[in-house]
Design a protein around this ligand. Structure first.
Ligand code: PRX
Length: 656
């Protein structure tokens, strides 16, 4: 393989900061916008009172809360004393006020099959699924794991859990059996809900097989519910496995929602950190509902007749907050699409936008860059005039992609909201407000009303406008994580110890002279590949798990489409010979252990790795090597020859 020189992230950052075009809101949009500048003022006067007002207005309570915020840093409790049910707030109350016939989801399967679910349909299906879970012995507080393709039963399963107070943990369908088992075991899930499979790029992807492999080693799981999506024969273990269409269908539709306290755990979602073990991020009920529903309404300017499409997978937090809970709490009509953007052709999304008159589209820069690569003829072939607002999430969006999105998808008129947030934050925290904020391509602009974000130096001192540093959050917000499941110490350590009293995001950021935030990517050992977080350590341990590998070091290399691509340096055990076949095998091994999203794009065999005298791998150096950059400081390198030998090794590795 070749380690070619490429434009590194630094060059990109410079481009970002030179980008000077501005997009003030269109007066016609301003006149109808949900958001107003007054929100910032209200929130700044008293952020606790601000969230209190919203919680009272937006949530249907069984018992109103009596305290808005208990802040025992780093542990927050919001709206305590209150009781509610989030599935009631997302479904029942809309049906009760006459919106039963309103479409909740237009679902589109990849092969072209479709289903429409109204709010009344959702109420019936959620009730039945909740009764089925009860029959399987699930009680309030029991955890349920969900491993499914993007089919309507996925949000139905989540709402069914929430209806009976059982926290769910959704595991992205692209994860491996091993990854699934790890999450099930950490959560000690009692039930797994899965499917025989789903469609992806024209291929049937079997999920039950992975689930079975995982279930060999998951003692907590008593029952498995299996949705039939493909219709292929799958193994069903008598007594443990049950077909959804048999157990759920025969249930009564009525299932009274279980009132839960505001801080009741709604879900766990696992995300990569800097160690090999993913963290179970804990989200609770009331604060999460307020945060997701209010940001959804104001940032996406959602009106009753909008057709909203968040094109993420529900397996990630974006799908939890902006396909399921936020939009449903607001009685929105959403699109739910099962498959890939290029199947059967690169205009699949634009066909959907045209057919369903989608008005708001929210997706990742990776998708936009992939579309850019295919050329504007694809979007041009369709009527996209229904689109009136566009969103971006998951990674920094480069101005070039922003402008392409604006021009070729948004018809040069739809405002773009570049939204920064994380699995941990639960809701969008840095974003323009459409109709209020003048945007600059590549900048996520300003913190959402009530949110206090800052850019600090290594000592935690605020950096003046014009400077860069670490992105921190300085006060609690309602949808914030409540901890790492079962590990309060790791929670404190990971997020609250780097800068005392502040939440450290792990991101670098810069503010320009006008205070606009420009996100610069992760500053820790976490990669962002196609908008997905992958830990370098997790990939390294998957590589070392292979019998031929002695040691591995993994870094992110910048990539024109996926933002970063995984670059692995591998030292083989004595007696093992580097070969293209072995490189291929190792890349497949990682895909098998973690999931295809973690398959290294580049793999280089090397006789040694650059280390400091204390034995720490010098990742920055490896990043520079991967990018083909002039090397930074190597004075602490234990053996300066190593770098030369890695350079010489180029040619014995393997690119995808
Ligand atoms: O590095 C930031 C990046 O994605 C990380 C969070 O990843 P995850 O928890 O998987 O959630 C992704 C979807 C919310 C952040 O630490 N990130 C997210 N949004 C942006 C972003 N980077 C730049 N600009 C964004 N708009």
């Amino acid at each position: 393989m070749s380690v070619e020189s490429s434009k590194g992230p630094r060059a990109e950052i410079e481009n970002l900061l030179m980008e000077s075009r501005r997009f003030p809101p269109d007066p016609a949009f301003v006149a109808r916008a949900n958001a107003t500048a007054a929100l910032y003022e209200e929130a700044e006067r008293d952020y606790v009172a601000f969230w209190e007002r919203l919680a009272r207005e937006r949530i249907s309570w069984y018992t109103p809360f009596d305290r808005t915020l208990e802040w025992d840093l780093p542990f927050a409790k919001w709206f305590t004393g209150g009781e509610l049910n989030i599935s009631y707030n997302c479904v029942d109350r809309h049906v009760e006020r006459g919106l039963g016939d309103k479409v909740a989801y237009h679902w589109i399967g990849e092969p072209g099959d479709t289903r429409t679910l109204t709010y009344a349909d959702l109420l019936r299906d959620v009730g039945k699924a909740a009764n089925a879970l009860k029959e399987l012995g699930v009680r309030k507080g029991d955890r349920v794991a969900i491993y499914m393709p993007m089919i309507p039963e996925l949000p139905i399963a989540m709402l069914a859990c929430a209806r009976i107070g059982a926290p769910h943990t959704v595991v992205f369908g692209g994860f491996s059996a091993e990854a699934l088992a790890g999450r099930i075991n950490d959560a000690e899930a009692k039930v797994l809900i899965t499917a025989d499979g789903g469609w992806r790029r024209g291929k049937a992807v079997g999920l039950k097989q992975h689930a079975d492999d995982a279930l060999v080693d998951t003692p907590s799981v008593e029952s498995v519910l299996v949705v039939r999506r493909l219709g292929d024969a799958v193994y069903m273990l008598e007594g443990r496995d049950h077909w959804w269409h048999e157990v759920v269908e025969r249930q009564p539709a009525l299932c009274p929602p279980t009132p839960v306290e505001s801080e009741h755990m709604l879900y766990l979602l696992y995300t990569s950190g800097t160690t090999a073990k993913p963290k179970g991020i804990v989200h609770t009920t009331a604060g999460y509902l307020v945060g997701t529903s209010f940001t959804h309404e104001t940032i996406f300017d959602v009106k009753p007749d909008d057709v909203f499409w968040c094109a993420a997978d529900i397996g990630w937090v974006t799908g939890h907050s902006y396909i399921v809970y936020g939009p449903l709490a607001n009685a929105t009509t959403s699109i739910l699409y099962e498959g890939a953007p290029d199947t059967p052709a690169w205009d699949r999304w634009w066909r959907i936008v045209e057919d369903y008159k989608v008005t708001i589209l929210y997706c990742a820069p990776t998708a936009i860059r992939a579309f850019m690569k295919q050329g504007e003829a694809w979007p041009q072939a369709h009527d996209l005039s229904s689109l009136r607002l566009l969103g971006s999430v998951g990674e920094p969006i480069n101005p070039e992609a922003w402008l392409w999105y604006h021009e070729h998808v948004g018809g040069g008129k739809a405002p773009i909201v570049d939204t920064w947030w994380q699995t941990e934050t639960g809701m969008i925290l840095i974003t323009p407000l459409p109709g209020v904020t003048t945007t600059k391509p590549g900048s996520a602009t300003f913190p959402f009303p009530g949110v206090e974000a800052d850019v600090v130096d290594g000592d935690g001192r605020s950096v003046p406008f014009g400077g860069g540093g670490y992105l921190v959050l300085k006060r609690p917000w309602p949808a914030m994580l409540r901890g790492i499941y079962g590990d309060p110490e790791r929670y404190r350590q990971t997020y609250w110890s780097r800068f005392p009293g502040m939440y450290f995001t792990g991101d670098g950021a810069k503010r320009d002279d006008e205070g606009y935030f420009w996100l610069l990517g992760r500053v820790d050992d976490v990669m962002n590949v196609a908008g997905h977080r992958i830990s370098t350590t997790e990939v390294e341990s998957a590589l070392v798990d292979h019998r031929s590998v002695a040691e591995a070091a993994v870094v992110g290399k910048s990539d024109a489409v996926t933002g970063q691509a995984i670059f692995a340096y591998v030292i083989l055990k004595a007696g093992q010979e580097p070969s293209e076949a072995l490189a291929l095998q190792l890349r497949e091994h990682v895909a098998h252990v973690i999931g295809p999203i973690a398959r290294p794009r580049h793999l280089l065999f090397t006789p040694d790795l650059p280390k400091t005298r204390s034995g720490k791998i010098m990742r920055r150096l490896l990043r520079d090597l991967a990018e083909g950059r002039v090397l930074g400081d190597t004075t602490t390198l234990a053996d300066a020859m190593v770098v030369d030998s890695i350079r010489a090794a180029s040619g014995r590795g393997e690119d995808e």
